[in-house]
Design a protein around this ligand. Structure first.
Ligand code: FES
Length: 113
């Protein structure tokens, strides 16, 4: 996905990557956008940028109007997630999807859970 040195502390950053998905005998390449955040440069959280309501793209906001805290906003139907991807408001059925992360030789990898 990218070098861990590119990820600022305490600021979810959007990365675009391509993943291979196997469906039966067919392997498809799929574009993926993931918000990656870290507080210490060691442990990473990776969240999908797709709203769990109808899959619009969410954006990170430093101070949400509803909470006065950082979070993710979905403009399609005013969906609000907190900074960890949990539901705050709107017609959202579940938190933002998370990815497993691992670091090897300074590179961050994500995998769908
Ligand atoms: S698609 Fe995000 S709130 Fe509806």
């Amino acid at each position: 996905m990218g070098s861990v040195g590119e990820i600022p502390l305490n600021q979810p950053t959007l990365f675009n990557t391509t993943v291979a998905k196997q469906r039966g005998w067919v392997v498809e390449q799929q574009e993926l956008s993931v918000f990656v955040s870290t507080q210490d440069g060691t442990d990473f959280v990776a969240l999908s940028d797709r709203c769990t309501h109808l899959a619009c793209r969410v954006r990170f906001v430093d101070e949400m109007e509803q909470t006065a805290k950082p979070g993710f906003f979905c403009p399609c139907h005013n969906g609000v997630f907190d900074a960890s991807g949990e539901i705050v408001a709107g017609p959202i059925p579940r938190p933002l999807d998370r990815f497993d992360t691992k670091v090897e030789e300074g590179q961050l990898f994500v995998k769908e859970v």
